[in-house]
Design a protein around this ligand. Structure first.
Ligand code: AHR
Length: 497
């Protein structure tokens, strides 16, 4: 007798799971860039950290957002190009608090360092332009520097700085949290600013760039703000198309749960808060659909993940990495799969050392956090067609909310169906029956599980990181019915061919 049943509706297709849903975000904040991907700010030549770069490369990251975050709306890209010794040193307006060792930005890591990192990782770049304190000319110049192949001064500067060919940056964010650190704007004010920037940045497309430029506006978790933004941004008396390709929001959770002090009830609440992502996607999609359509304008969640009270500006937003956070990431990736019809990208915050990073460093050590293994386990979904799943599972009451104990998503690729499962219950195992609807054939099964027998709250560091690698999962197969036993707080990936 199973505790939960997952029905995989193999014929009920949702949409393609854009690989960019597995994207990442890196900001000039704490030890994300310096000490993270780049040795340190004084590195003269090639300062990339090989250990970090090789871990990130193995992950096949589809897209990386940079340079912020709040940092983006105070960043002037020309500070970070050209000979490193001539680059100006600037204050880091938003992330300097208390960080005695690094209260300033050296600009050692700039546009070329970032874009060449992306080339090396095989990752699409997503640049966030400065709307809060910049101007449209600066943003359009950045596109020209990166992407133009003609004989202009800016294209020539890129060549002098070592990159002959245009980089072909496709994704351009216009501003970040412009309701807050990006200029404290009302939705109408941001919409007007956005339209002005989009006119110049978007027109760069006319210059035969080798990539289409896709424009991204930054929305808010308050959906009335998004609705008003959408209304105003489309309010174009000249009848032109909507000047945007994607609308984003940021969803962090865990702000009331100190990792060090939490108990099982708080773990449940934390996971309920992570599952709120579902509602946010529905609401932002509704804000888009009120005046346009999600077929034309995609939903991006370009900052998300756990943000616990341990992570404060004074410590560069660092917090311990553990299984609980990784479990929340799995639950959120399942939600993204369910919404593959509207989702075009997402970027977990932040790649190295900051918040729910995937890779952490300490001196010469670099290791993968449990969240890294979740991304790896979910990787087979990338580019597949998501299909519907129904999950019949017990729920636990959590204040006014409910935590469904088992979660799932599924997708179909060329040769396989891939199913991911989470047991969000940190107390008990769950016996899960998986029913493949519409097929009677007995599949060939290959299954792995993460975190079996691991404590959810143990801090993962260089000494124990190897204990969080995936292990084989036993699956009982009876024609098109499979049964697995999921230990508490585990994540499983099952490939069926
Ligand atoms: O990721 C940390 C910060 O969170 C970003 O700079 C900002 O966009 C968000 O509020």
């Amino acid at each position: 007798m199973s505790d939960s049943r997952v029905t995989v509706h193999t014929e009920a297709r949702i949409d393609r799971i854009e690989p960019e849903i597995h994207g990442h975000f890196a900001e000039h904040l704490g030890r994300c860039i310096y000490d993270g991907v780049w040795e340190d700010e004084s590195s003269e030549e090639n300062g990339y950290r090989d250990d970090v770069v090789s871990l990130l490369r193995e992950l096949e990251m589809p897209v990386l957002r940079w340079p912020g975050g709040c940092f983006a709306d105070d960043y002037h890209w020309e500070d970070g190009v050209g000979p490193r010794e001539e680059r100006p040193r600037r204050r880091n307006l938003f992330w300097a608090q208390g960080t005695e060792e690094r209260p300033e930005e050296s600009n050692a890591f700039g546009t070329d360092e970032f874009l060449q990192l992306c080339e090396h990782l095989g990752t699409e770049a997503y640049l966030a332009a400065n709307v809060g304190s910049g101007d449209p000319q600066e943003a359009a110049d950045w596109v020209e520097y990166c992407n133009y192949d003609g004989d202009t001064d800016l294209a020539e500067r890129r060549r002098e700085n070592g990159h002959d060919e245009p980089y072909g940056v496709r994704y351009w964010g216009l501003g970040n949290e412009n309701w807050g650190c990006g200029g404290r704007m009302s939705p109408e004010q941001y919409a007007r600013e956005y339209r002005r920037f989009a006119t110049y940045v978007g027109s760069m497309d006319n210059l035969l760039l080798d990539h289409d430029v896709e424009l991204i506006a930054c929305g808010f978790e308050h959906h009335e703000w998004n609705r008003r933004f959408m209304e105003e941004v489309g309010n174009n008396a000249w009848g032109a198309d909507f000047p945007l390709d994607h609308l984003t929001l940021h969803h962090y959770y865990g702000g009331t749960m100190s990792v060090a002090e939490a108990d099982e009830d708080q773990y449940d609440q934390f996971l309920v808060d992570a599952l709120e992502m579902d509602r946010h996607i529905e609401r932002i999609a509704a804000a888009i659909n009120a005046v346009a359509t999600t077929r034309d304008i995609g939903v991006i969640i370009d900052e998300w993940g756990a943000w616990h009270p341990e992570a404060v500006a004074e410590n560069g937003l660092e917090q311990p990495g553990n299984v609980l956070d990784a479990l929340s990431a799995a639950a959120v990736l399942d939600i993204f799969n369910h919404h593959s019809d509207v989702m075009t990208m997402s970027n977990i915050a932040q790649t190295v050392n900051v918040l729910q990073c995937l890779v952490e460093t300490d001196g010469d050590d670099a290791w993968a956090r449990p969240t890294y293994h979740v991304f790896d386990l979910y990787a087979p979904h990338k580019g597949n067609e998501a299909i519907r799943t129904s999950v019949d599972t017990p729920v636990r009451a959590v204040d006014d909310d409910e935590l469904p104990l088992v979660g799932a998503s599924a997708s179909v690729g060329d040769d396989e169906t891939y199913v991911t499962l989470t047991n969000l219950d940190c107390r008990d195992s769950q016996t899960v029956e998986i029913v493949l609807e519409g097929t009677t054939d007995e599949p060939t099964v290959d299954a792995t599980v993460l975190f079996e027998g691991r404590d959810v709250d143990v801090t993962v560091d260089a000494s124990n990181a190897h204990q969080y690698e995936p292990e084989e999962l036993d699956v009982e197969v009876d024609e098109s019915r499979l049964t697995v036993e999921l230990a508490p707080s585990t994540v499983a990936g099952i490939s069926l061919s």
